[in-house]
Write a protein that binds this ligand. Structure first.
Ligand SMILES: [Zn+2]
Length: 439
């Protein structure tokens, strides 16, 4: 089990001023800290009542050349680079306040936003991060030849192939998205445009802020930019930057491997939408079950309604009593048929100590679920201290597992003192710490 990761926000308010790509006007962007589970929201400081827009895929409006989100009549354009920087640098919660309808374009990369996040600092919060774990292969495909596949992986990785017209500028890069890799390998990569695509826009004066200061322009074989290419494969790096920014609209961190061929904002958004839909489906399945009340204990069936564990890992047969809300005693009859006796040890069966710790953890989590009145969360075991194994537990023994909650911090962290008793003697003990995560 991976160590739990906590949500993060920025340490303080920080901002910078630059030019808006489409209007060419000055815009000031300021990052503000935000509470847990807030997500990223854009705030239009220039409008009356200062409306905010959730950076969520439901609010996606258009994907031509850049990603635009909106609610009601309010819009925020070109959000993908600032979202990429926030997501990749590990900021889960923040308000992005602006006095215009788009962020300053900077140099066309995410560098200015990385610098800003560094200035503001990143701080941990007291709530666990929410992930989307890719379990099955998912994919989206477009008529324009874009293909994005999401494969199971315990990291967030992107492998991207970019190709221009007639397969010119074909480039490939595979990377694990971490804050340091993003800062070093991806953030400096600038936007690139094809001259034929932007010429009509320039003629109509639709990109007043656009210049060689903030984009690389490809015209035929020529690559025009203010400074030389920052990487020989700068284009594919910028494609990865856009994927990270667009997938940030899922609102959860993705654990999975994105394999992208000729991606664009439209296909990135399609994948974000597919992932968000799957997440909604999963959340609906994880509906909470009521916990039986009363002090009379729980039978096996009731225990199994609370604990997700099953054979051979369910280590509690029954709860025989509750004492107030913070104490209970469970029971486990150990038989020679337990699978662990086959190997622990042949001819000399002894119950492994770790299985006793597991039994204690399961009894303690029943208390925690009862207290929280829901099973819609999963308890993660964070630590076991003061673990002592005093006597061997043998086939035929009945273990009485005592658990007492000694400390809880909010609804998310809890400590329990536990011990196992066989024939009136303590055979093992431990102090366990748990944290809770929504399913
Ligand atoms: Zn971009």
């Amino acid at each position: 089990m991976a160590a739990p990761e906590f949500q993060q926000t920025v340490g303080k308010i920080a901002g910078f001023t630059g030019t808006a790509l489409h209007t060419g006007e000055k815009v000031t962007l300021r990052l503000h800290p935000a509470p847990v589970d807030h997500g990223i929201k854009f705030k239009r400081k220039d409008l009356q009542e200062e409306p905010t827009i959730d950076a969520k895929i439901e609010n996606l409006k258009t994907v031509e050349r850049a990603t635009t989100i909106g609610e009601g009549s309010v819009r925020v354009h070109t959000v993908e680079h600032v979202l990429a920087a926030l997501s990749a640098m590990g900021v889960d919660n923040a308000i992005v306040e602006m006095d215009a309808n788009e962020p300053p374009i900077g140099d066309g990369s995410a560098q200015a936003y990385v610098d800003l996040i560094r200035k503001a600092g990143v701080v941990a919060q007291e709530e666990l991060r929410k992930f989307f774990d890719a379990r099955d292969t998912m994919h989206v495909e477009s008529k324009t030849g874009a293909l994005l596949v999401l494969l199971p992986d315990d990291k967030f990785r992107i492998s991207c192939t970019q190709a221009g017209p007639n397969n010119k500028f074909t480039q490939f890069l595979s990377i694990e998205v971490t804050p340091s890799a993003f800062e070093r390998e991806i953030a400096p990569a600038r936007t690139f445009v094809y001259y034929e695509d932007v010429k009509p826009l320039m003629d109509k004066n639709l990109i007043k802020g656009g210049s060689l200061e903030n984009a690389i322009v490809v015209r035929g074989e020529a690559v025009l930019s203010k400074e030389p290419l920052r990487f020989p494969d700068e284009f594919v790096r910028h494609k990865i930057l856009d994927i990270i920014g667009d997938l940030a609209l899922v609102g959860r961190r993705i654990r999975g491997h994105v394999v992208a061929v000729k991606p664009g904002h439209a296909s990135n958004a399609d994948l974000a939408r597919l992932v968000a839909r799957e997440q909604t489906r999963r959340s609906a399945l994880a509906v909470s079950r009521p916990i039986p009340t009363g002090d009379g204990g729980l039978d096996t069936d009731q225990v199994m309604q609370i604990l997700p564990h099953r054979f051979p890992f369910l280590m509690v047969d029954r709860i025989i009593s509750f004492d107030t809300e913070t104490k209970c005693v469970g029971v486990k009859t150990v038989t020679i048929n337990e699978p662990f006796f086959q190997g622990h040890f042949p001819g000399h069966p002894v119950m492994p100590g770790v299985m006793q710790v597991e039994a204690m953890a399961q009894v303690a989590s029943i208390l925690l679920f009862k207290l929280a009145k829901t099973t819609s969360r999963i308890g993660y075991f964070m630590s076991a201290d003061e673990v002592k194994f005093r006597k061997p537990v043998l086939p035929g023994d009945t273990i009485f597992i005592h658990a007492e909650l000694t400390k809880s911090r909010g609804e998310r962290l809890a400590k329990a003192k536990c011990h196992c008793v066989v024939n009136d003697a303590i055979v093992s003990e431990a102090e366990l710490m748990f944290t809770f995560l929504d399913k």
